[in-house]
Design a protein around this ligand. Structure first.
Ligand SMILES: [Zn+2]
Length: 118
């Protein structure tokens, strides 16, 4: 029995004590049974919060949303880097242009992202 599995079994017992319900679905990574917490969140005892996907279509959407989040983070990093340049040199017109471009890209991205994701 692997160490990870042992931890999972202990955590599973703990989740049950806290009133979580064991589900029929298994974790896609470690195959441990998943649990639904009282809050409605679904967790794997080893991996924590997981997304259950019931179809390829759903998996594709979840993956796409994760990618959009990643892109948003990259854009925010770029925005921040250029805003810092402007702080150092307020006449840096290239940085000002970049900030506008990043803001524009973020606005467009948010238009295609599902509204929840907060
Ligand atoms: Zn797992």
């Amino acid at each position: 029995m692997s160490n990870e599995h042992e931890i999972g079994v202990k955590k599973a017992a703990e989740l049950l004590r806290q009133g979580a319900t064991m589900l029929e679905e298994a974790c896609p990574i470690c195959k441990m049974p998943l649990f639904r917490l009282k809050t409605g969140e679904v967790v794997c005892p080893v991996h924590g919060k997981v997304y259950i996907v019931k179809s390829d279509e759903e998996e594709r959407i979840v993956k796409r949303n994760l990618e959009l989040d990643e892109i948003e983070n990259i854009l925010i990093d770029g925005l921040y880097a250029n805003a810092k340049k402007i702080k150092e040199d307020p006449s840096d017109s290239e940085a000002i242009l970049q900030v506008i471009r990043y803001l524009d890209a973020l606005e467009r991205l948010r238009r295609i992202k599902p509204s929840n994701s907060q």
